[in-house]
Design a protein around this ligand. Structure first.
Ligand SMILES: Cc1cc2nc3c(=O)[nH]c(=O)nc-3n(C[C@H](O)[C@H](O)[C@H](O)COP(=O)(O)OP(=O)(O)OC[C@H]3O[C@@H](n4cnc5c(N)ncnc54)[C@H](O)[C@@H]3O)c2cc1C
Length: 476
């Protein structure tokens, strides 16, 4: 039994992990040079509570179930997770009915611990909020994660359980004659398969078209962000939502897992073909700043270290497209707009265990090991342990990224775990993610990559394909 998953975002990666619980050859294909570089890379990283979703929808049930799985899955995969709670705030009395509506919706969806708070209670929890706040909906089950780290960790764990990972390998067609999937064709080769999972994010419509299926129809909705450096300190302690609008949950102020603060996202519909339009715009960033300042007026914009944009894979009816299809052996986990990150663990479990396992007669393997260890953060180790580590391997004593305190030892470990590019190292170690945004460490990491991969520094790329960093002769 051979199953191919298309797309190593959070959804495909978690599905791959679930499928390695069974006795099957599982292959994961990703067109980019690494895991989690699609929609999974650029979003608000919130593990939503589920009160924003309409009761009775798949989105609501997958969101609430996914939320409840996050703590365990993060522990198993050794990925940071912060259960910090969230406030949805009303800044005027006429917004309070909308908060009551969210409360009611949340109760119907089974969201635990929801409470309506008055102005005083909200400000006692979050003293830096706009003083004109009139009340808030408190949701203690909302958390924050690091989406790409979870995807990488899921793939590492799946690989330890037998997954065959193919990065930099785009699926270009699928042979599905006589109503059944038979082969997938990539730009590198052909693979006989019994099952295919379409988890291709923004490109899931193109994969569905390959087998003649017209759902989902996707269009990108861009969200722009600004990231404040961790120097910002404890300005807020929970996720702050405004009262939502028709189009989105609004512009938020979100603590990040490593101590920074994220402002955004905006919501701008793009044409269906604009699936790579992740550039930021002057207007979008101004809108994000204005929205965030309405919630937390004292945001210090001199601490902005990065701006970026993500694209939501939207469907006209806002539904997830999860399950079997008219083509035997072809399954979809598509249209994964927000709260797709939250829903992903539940979607993966549902699709792999409840749909695919019975359809494909999959048998559980006794030997599946759910545990994975992350890269050790040397500076977080107790000093005795750190000293011993450095004594055994002095590379753990050489600091390469000054901002995020990442050592050469950690970078080498990231490369040995699969990083092939500067972004690959960055997303695994946070080297280059700090205040200087790689200004002081990029050259050093590039040299380490060249050495460990045994290639010329000229061949090291930022993020694969043609993104080479150097041209001309490099002195050693
Ligand atoms: C602005 C914004 C904010 C959001 N905020 C949140 C939030 O706070 N909480 C939340 O729960 N959700 C949030 N979401 C939604 C969440 O980010 C997505 O639901 C989730 O990341 C989707 O993951 P995915 O794996 O489906 O897609 P992706 O991460 O895009 O993965 C699909 C992968 O498929 C690959 N691929 C495509 N075509 C092919 C091919 N032909 N061959 C091989 N590989 C291919 C792509 O390169 C990509 O890596 C947000 C989204 C956006 C854009």
């Amino acid at each position: 039994m051979r199953i191919a998953i298309i797309g190593a975002g959070i959804v495909g990666s978690l599905i791959a992990r679930e499928l390695t619980r069974y006795d099957a050859d599982v292959l994961l294909f990703e067109k980019e040079a690494d895991i989690g570089w699609g929609v999974t890379k650029a979003n608000s990283a919130i593990v939503h509570g589920g009160f924003h979703e309409a009761p009775g929808t798949d989105r609501a049930s997958f969101c609430v179930k996914g939320n409840s799985l996050y703590e365990k899955i993060s522990r198993e995969l050794d990925v940071p997770f912060g259960l910090i709670g969230a406030y949805v705030v009303a800044l005027a009395n006429d917004e309070v009915p909308a908060l009551r509506h969210l409360y009611k919706q949340g109760m119907q969806n089974g969201v635990p611990g929801l409470e309506m708070h008055n102005r005083e209670t909200v400000l006692a929890h979050e003293p830096n909020l706009n003083p004109s706040v009139v009340g808030g909906l408190w949701s203690p089950s909302v958390g924050i994660t690091e989406p790409w780290s979870l995807a990488i960790a899921a793939v590492e764990n799946a690989a330890a359980n037998g997954l065959d990972l193919h990065v930099d390998e785009e699926v270009i067609s699928i042979d599905a004659k006589d109503g059944r999937v038979k082969r997938i064709i990539t730009q590198r080769g052909e693979y006989e398969v019994d099952g295919v999972v379409n988890a291709a994010g923004l490109f899931a419509d193109r994969i569905a078209e390959m087998v003649g299926i017209s759902e989902p129809i996707l269009f990108p909705r861009r969200g722009e962000y600004l990231l404040l450096d961790k120097k910002v300190g404890p300005l807020i302690s929970s996720v702050i939502f405004p009262t939502p609008n028709e189009m989105s949950k609004g512009t938020l102020v979100v603590p990040t897992i490593d101590g920074g603060i994220l402002l955004g996202p905006t919501a701008e519909d793009l044409d269906a073909e604009e699936k790579e339009a992740t550039e930021t715009t002057h207007d979008g960033l101004r809108e994000a700043i204005a929205g965030a300042r309405l919630l937390v007026p004292e945001l210090d914009l001199s601490l902005v270290v990065k701006t970026f944009a993500g694209l939501r894979p939207e469907t006209a009816d806002r539904k997830f497209v999860v399950g079997r299809t008219a083509i035997s052996g072809f399954f979809q986990a598509a249209g994964m707009r927000s709260p797709g990150l939250t829903a992903a663990p539940a979607v993966a479990r549902f699709l792999a265990c409840d749909i695919m396992a019975p359809d494909l007669n999959l048998v559980k393997r006794e030997s599946f090991d759910p545990m994975r260890r992350g890269i050790r953060k040397v500076l977080d180790l107790p000093s005795k342990e750190r000293d011993t580590l450095i004594e055994v391997d002095p590379r753990y004593g050489r600091l390469i990224c000054q901002c995020n305190h990442v050592t050469e030892g950690e970078i080498v470990e990231a490369i040995h775990r699969g990083a092939r590019t500067l972004d690959g190292v960055k997303f695994r170690t946070r080297a280059g993610f700090g205040r200087c945004q790689g200004g002081f460490c990029t050259d050093k990491i590039l040299i380490i990559l060249a050495r460990e991969l045994d290639v010329s520094p000229n061949d090291v790329t930022l993020r694969g394909k043609e993104s080479k960093m150097l041209s001309g002769k490099v002195r050693s």
